[in-house]
Every structure is written in structure tokens, then in C-alpha cells.
Design a protein around this ligand. Structure first.
Ligand code: BGC
Ligand code: ZN
Length: 367
């Protein structure tokens, strides 16, 4: 079968023959990828900055944001049948008995670093014609969400973040937490797929939501933001201090650009009892100056919390599937509008190595 794969040693990315997997255990599922999304991580791997082939192999099959259709299930699989739509989780647990998160099925909190991630680190990805994995790594998706199901994985980043924000908010008395009667103000940094999906989750949860972006276009992003009821603050013309004036007390920041200089500038303006969530992975650039006294004074005197979040567990995938359904009901055109291009498998190497346009690019695998 065909697969898009990268060879970090030869610095090559190409469509090549790859051995077809087969059902090897009674709990395994064989599926046919339908659509695989492309994100910054995939582009980094395609530029050979990251990406680790499976042990003993020299090629890594790309892709980790996968919508698939079940083809065949092992004898012990009860919750999935051929023809069902599914999305696949990304991270697989490390083998160490002492890693409690992995042993509890929460490899997104792996303590050893020896996890694998399909399409990223030590395990083949989904830009191919067939994939096999244990049933526990598949999440069912209603057939009605076929067109947007590929957005599930990037949405899980926001779901895991908001679950943690809610956990942090339990430090406040219930009447002082975010609610429809007491809506809090959120700032999303970035208007890429992770930012826009984050804004949708925040709007669904009732946050007054501002998106601060340098690249948002009136024609592409404008209609999406106005449909979901989020306010765009243009970074070309508005400084971070202007942003803070517009918002008032910034209760929550959802960072989705991976630019540390911007993130830490915004951190300076974080409000009272506020939470700052980092989701981006910045490349190493020149060090920036930071007023650490100001940041630390505010963290303490304003009861602030800043945390980072990576990957997601099954619960976040289930939440993402539920919320995609909500988005599809409330904002059908806007959520479909997040997917701005679909390309065949053959075009994936070019797609992965050229500058992205639009919002979310997807590889559609036919046949
Ligand atoms: C993926 C995550 C993964 C992370 C780090 C992201 O692009 O969505 O699943 O954990 O990269 O490899
Ligand atoms: Zn990704």
C-alpha cells in the first residue's frame, strides 16, 4: 500500500510502498484512513527538525490527525463494527511499570518520556491506506460528522486545556467561578486551527472571547469569528496593552501560536485570579528580555496560574466529538470553513513542505 513517509537521515519525504498491516490480536482494529489533517508538528517533521521513525526503521509514516473507517475488527472487539467512523488517538503508553499515568491510560501525562506518538515519535502515522491498532485507541464518531471529523484531534488540545481550567477554577467558591451568570473573559492568541477551535470551545462554554491575531484575514477568519461571536483584535494595529484595555480583566489566555515573545508579553497583562494556558511549541530563537519581577509579582499578588498542556487522553477525544456535534448544529458553515483545502495522498509531500495558506489543510485518501 502507499504511504507518505519521511526519512530524517536521508532528509527525504515521499510517497512510497509500505507493508500493509493486518489484525494481529483479538482486540485489534483494522481501519482505512479517510482524512488526515496537517499541523505545525507535521511541517516540522517534514523539514527534518523533528520526527523519529520506529525503532530499527529508517522511515516514518507521517500524519497524526486521523478520521478513518473501520474495515475489520478482532474477535474480542465489541464496540466497533466495519463501516463505523472513528478517530485515532496519537500517543501510546511507555512500557515502564512505574509510570503511573501511562499505566492508568493517561499517557498524555507520561513521566518517563518513553511514550510513542503515531506519525511523530517512534510509531508510524496515518497518511496511508490501512492502519491497525488496539481498539482502545479508536474513538467512535457519528456518521453525521464525516465532513468535519478530521478536526477532532486538534480540538482535543482545547478540550484538555478547558478541563484543566475548570479544575483550577474549583479553587474559587462556586458563585465566583465562570458561568453564564458570571461570564469570564478569554483571550485566544492566534487564529490558526488550534486557536479557532479553542475560541469555539470557549464560546460554547460561554466565555466572552477575544482572538488576538496578526494574520487573521477579513474574508477567511472574519465570518467564522463573527458567527461564533468572538471579537477579533488585530495585532498589526493593536498592541498587547491595547488588547488589555479592550478586554478588561483578562481571566483566561489560551495561547495557540507558539511564539514565546508574544506569549510572555501577554502574560504581563494577565488579570486577577486568571489562568494562562500554553499550547504552542516554539522553535529556539534568540532569547527575549522579560521583566521577571513584574511577572512574578503578578503571579503572586493576582493569584495567577500558568500551565502548559500537550496531547490528550480519551476523555478529551470524547469531549471533542461531542463538541464537534454542537459546533455542527450551531455554526455549520463556520466549522466546515476551518477546512480550507483537501489534497490527495500524492500531493502530501508538497503540501507538507510548502508554506501553509488558509486554515486547516487535509489529506483526503481515496479508494
Ligand atoms: C499533537 C500532539 C502531540 C504533540 C507533540 C501535536 O501536534 O497534536 O498529539 O503530543 O504534537 O508531539
Ligand atoms: Zn497536530
Amino acid at each position: 500500500m502507499k504511504a507518505v513517509a519521511v526519512n530524517p537521515t536521508l532528509r527525504e519525504i515521499t510517497v512510497r510502498e509500505h507493508p500493509e498491516p493486518s489484525l494481529a490480536s483479538p482486540t485489534a482494529v483494522l481501519a482505512r484512513p479517510l482524512e488526515v489533517g496537517v499541523c505545525g508538528t507535521d511541517r516540522e517533521i517534514a523539514s527534518f527538525a523533528y520526527g523519529v521513525p520506529p525503532a530499527g526503521e529508517s522511515w516514518l509514516v507521517n500524519g497524526h490527525e486521523c478520521l478513518a473507517e473501520v474495515v475489520q475488527v478482532g474477535a474480542a472487539v465489541e464496540n466497533l463494527r466495519p463501516g463505523d467512523l472513528v478517530v485515532l488517538t496519537v500517543r501510546r503508553p511507555c512500557p515502564h511499570p512505574e509510570c503511573r499515568p501511562c499505566r492508568a491510560g493517561r499517557q498524555d501525562f507520561c513521566t518517563t518520556g518513553d511514550f510513542t506518538e503515531r506519525g511523530i515519535k517512534g510509531a508510524h502515522g496515518y497518511m496511508t491506506e490501512r492502519v491497525v491498532d488496539d481498539a482502545g485507541f479508536f474513538v467512535p464518531l457519528p456518521a453525521a460528522l464525516r465532513e468535519i471529523g478530521v478536526l477532532t484531534e486538534p480540538l482535543t488540545i482545547a478540550e484538555k486545556a478547558i478541563e484543566q481550567v475548570r479544575a483550577i477554577e474549583t479553587r474559587l467558591p462556586e458563585s465566583a467561578r465562570h458561568s453564564t451568570e458570571n461570564p469570564k473573559r478569554a483571550v485566544v492568541l492566534g487564529a490558526g486551527p488550534v486557536g479557532l477551535l479553542g475560541a469555539m470551545v470557549l464560546r460554547l462554554a460561554g466565555y466572552t472571547t477575544f482572538v488576538y491575531s496578526r494574520s487573521a484575514r477579513d474574508d477567511v477568519h472574519g465570518p467564522i469569528l463573527s458567527t461564533i461571536g468572538a471579537t477579533l483584535v488585530a495585532a498589526e494595529t493593536q498592541s498587547v496593552s491595547d488588547l488589555a484595555d479592550t478586554v478588561g480583566n483578562i481571566d483566561l489566555v489560551y495561547e495557540a501560536v507558539g511564539a514565546s515573545s508574544l506569549a510572555f508579553e501577554v502574560l504581563k497583562f494577565l488579570g486577577v485570579n486568571a489562568v494562562f494556558v500554553f499550547t504552542g511549541v516554539p522553535g529556539r530563537k534568540e532569547a527575549v528580555k522579560l521583566d521577571t519581577d513584574r511577572v512574578m509579582r503578578h503571579l503572586v499578588l493576582k493569584n495567577q496560574v500558568a500551565f502548559g498542556t500537550v496531547n490528550a487522553g480519551r476523555e478529551s477525544f470524547a469531549a471533542a466529538v461531542r463538541d464537534l456535534g454542537e459546533f455542527a448544529t450551531r455554526w455549520p458553515t463556520a466549522v466546515r470553513g476551518l477546512i480550507t483545502s483537501r489534497s490527495p495522498l500524492e500531493a502530501a509531500p508538497t503540501l507538507l513542505t510548502t508554506k501553509p495558506g488558509g486554515i486547516k489543510s487535509v489529506v483526503a485518501i481515496g479508494g
